[in-house]
Design a protein around this ligand. Structure first.
Ligand code: F0G
Length: 464
C-alpha cells in the first residue's frame, strides 16, 4: 500500500485569511482596474499570485533571525551564508543582493554595461524571466530565446521542457562574435515555459557550447532545488543521488549564478550573485556597493542572511521537496479532474492553466489569460497571475503587442504556507468557472500602461 505524502512539518503559528462575497469581489476587481496586483492581499482568500517571498519560514529560521548579526562589515550571519553557499551550491565567491532582479542588475551592469554599449549585444537562454529580459532590454541588448520546441505543446509529457535547443544556441554563438554575446543565462526551473526543468545533460551540453565559444554561462537559480528534484526523478542515472549532490553538479557547469532567494532560499526577501572566478566578482563589486550595499550584506539585514543560510539547507531536503512538488501536482490533478486544461507536465512551483483552451471564445487581442485571472478571483477569491500578452509586453522596436504562443494563468504555490485542502478549494473555484466557460466571450482593453514591464501597473476595462 502506498502512503500519501503529507507535509513533513506541523503548524506552530497561523494567520487568519478572510472570505469575501462575490458582489464584494466584483467591486474590488473593478476598483483595481482589473489588475489583481492592485487588490489588497486581505481581500484575497487563496493567494497564488506568486511563490516568491511568500513562503513560511521554519522555527530554525526564526531562531536564526534572533541570532542575526547586524554589523555593517563581516557579520557572522554573512559567514554562515557563505558556508551554506559553498556547501549547497559549490561557489566560493558571492555577493548578497536584496532580491533576484538586483543580482541581475549587478551582473548585467558588469557583463553587458550600463550605457548604450549593449545595443549590438544578445543574451541567449531558455525563455528568460521578465525581469531578466527587462534588464537586458533596458541595456538595449536582446534576449534570444533558445528553448526547445517541445515547450510549445502544452499537452505532451516531455520531461524537460525547460531545455535549451542546442542547435539554436550554437547558431547564436556562431552568428555573433564573442564580444556580442556577453553571457548565456540558463533558468532552472524555467518559469516562463511553465516551471519546467532543465536536464543535467542539457546543462552540461549548454556549458560545453558556451565554453567552446568563450561565453560565460550563468544559471538563474531561483528554483534550483526544484530543478534538482526533477533531475533525480526523471533523468537516468540520478535516482540514487542526493539533491545536494545533483545541485552541486548542476552548478559545477556554470561560471556563476544569479538567484532570487525568495523561492528556493525559503526566505521572504533576498538574492545572491555567485561566481566561480574571483576576478569577475571583483569587477561586479563596485556595482554591488553602489546599488545594493557593502559586499557582506548587499541590501539584506544580517538576520535575513542568517535565515537564508538555513533556508538553502531546508530547501534541499528530499522530504520537503517531495511534499512541495507533490502539493503542486495535487493542484494540477484536481484541476484536470474538473476538465480544466493545464500545461503538462505539472510545473515545480506552479500549475499553468491553458487560458486559450479554457476560454476559446475570448479574442487574444482582449487578453484572454487576464480574463481568466479576473474570473478566478471573482468566483472564489483565488488570485493567480497572467502569463500572456500583457506580460509579453510590446516589441521594443515596433511597439506592437507581442502575442506569446500560449496564454496562461499561473497558479503559483507559496512554499509551506497552504495545506492540501487549500489546493482542493482553488481547483474547485477554477472548475466552477470552467462549467460556465461558454458564457465568457469578452476580455479587456488597456486604458493605461507603463513603457516597460507593464503588467504590474496596467489598468484595464472590460471590452464588452
Ligand atoms: N528569475 C526568475 C526565474 C524568477 O522567477 C524571478 C522572480 C526572478 C528571476 C526575479 O527575482 O523577484 O527576487 O527580483 N519571479 C517572481 C515570480 C516574481 O512571481 O515568478 P526577484
Amino acid at each position: 500500500m502506498e502512503f500519501p505524502c503529507p507535509e513533513p512539518y506541523r503548524i506552530k503559528t497561523i494567520e487568519t485569511i478572510k472570505r469575501t462575497t462575490r458582489p464584494e469581489r466584483e467591486r474590488i476587481a473593478a476598483a483595481a482596474k482589473y489588475n489583481l496586483f492592485n487588490v489588497r492581499a486581505e481581500d484575497v482568500f487563496i493567494d497564488l499570485l506568486t511563490d516568491s517571498g511568500t513562503g513560511a519560514m521554519s522555527s530554525a529560521q526564526w531562531s536564526e533571525m534572533m541570532l542575526g548579526d547586524e554589523s555593517y562589515a563581516g557579520a557572522t550571519s554573512y559567514y554562515k551564508l557563505k558556508d551554506a553557499v559553498r556547501d549547497i551550491m559549490g561557489f566560493e565567491h558571492f555577493l548578497p543582493t536584496h532580491q533576484g532582479r538586483a543580482a541581475e542588475n549587478v551582473l548585467f551592469s558588469t557583463l553587458i554595461g550600463v550605457g548604450t554599449e549593449g545595443r549590438s549585444k544578445v543574451v541567449p537562454g531558455n525563455a528568460h524571466f521578465d525581469t531578466t529580459k527587462g534588464h537586458i532590454e533596458f541595456r538595449h541588448a536582446r534576449a534570444v530565446d533558445c528553448t526547445v520546441d517541445e515547450s510549445l505543446d502544452p499537452t505532451t509529457d516531455y520531461p524537460f521542457k525547460g531545455n535549451v535547443d542546442l542547435d539554436r544556441l550554437e547558431y547564436v554563438l556562431k552568428t555573433y562574435t564573442r564580444e556580442e554575446v556577453p553571457l548565456c543565462v540558463l533558468t532552472v526551473t524555467c518559469n516562463s515555459s511553465g516551471g519546467q526543468p532543465v536536464s543535467m545533460a542539457n546543462v552540461r551540453a549548454v556549458s560545453g557550447l558556451c565554453r567552446a565559444h568563450g561565453v560565460p554561462l550563468f544559471i538563474d537559480a531561483a528554483r534550483f532545488a526544484e530543478n534538482s528534484y526533477f533531475i533525480k526523478k526523471r533523468e537516468a542515472g540520478y535516482a540514487e543521488k542526493g539533491i545536494r549532490e545533483i545541485a552541486r553538479e548542476m552548478f559545477s557547469y556554470a561560471d556563476g549564478c544569479a538567484m532570487s532567494s525568495k523561492k528556493d532560499g525559503l526566505v521572504n526577501i533576498g538574492g545572491l550573485l555567485c561566481f566561480r572566478d574571483e576576478e569577475l566578482m571583483r569587477r561586479a563589486m563596485p556595482f554591488n556597493i553602489m546599488y545594493e550595499g557593502f559586499n557582506t550584506y548587499g541590501g539584506m539585514a544580517g538576520r535575513d542572511l542568517g535565515a537564508l543560510s538555513v533556508g538553502l539547507r531546508e530547501a534541499t531536503e528530499l522530504d520537503y521537496l517531495e511534499a512541495r512538488i507533490g502539493q503542486v501536482a495535487r493542484l494540477g490533478s484536481k484541476l484536470e479532474s474538473y476538465g480544466v486544461p493545464v500545461l503538462r507536465p505539472y510545473g515545480g512551483h506552479a500549475i499553468f492553466v491553458d487560458a486559450g483552451a479554457f476560454l476559446p471564445r475570448v479574442p487574444r487581442e482582449e487578453f484572454v489569460a487576464q480574463a481568466l485571472c479576473v474570473e478566478a478571483y471573482v468566483e472564489g477569491g483565488v488570485r493567480g497571475v497572467e502569463i500572456g500578452a500583457i506580460l509579453a509586453d510590446r516589441d521594443p522596436d515596433t511597439r506592437e503587442n507581442r502575442y506569446p504562443a500560449l496564454e496562461l494563468l499561473r497558479l503559483a504555490v507559496p512554499r509551506r504556507a497552504y495545506t492540501n485542502d487549500h489546493m482542493d478549494y482553488a481547483a474547485a473555484v477554477l472548475g466552477s468557472v470552467y462549467e460556465r466557460r461558454d458564457r465568457i466571450t469578452r476580455g479587456y482593453r488597456i486604458i493605461r500602461e507603463a513603457p516597460i514591464m507593464r503588467h504590474f501597473t496596467v489598468e484595464l476595462e472590460p471590452s464588452g
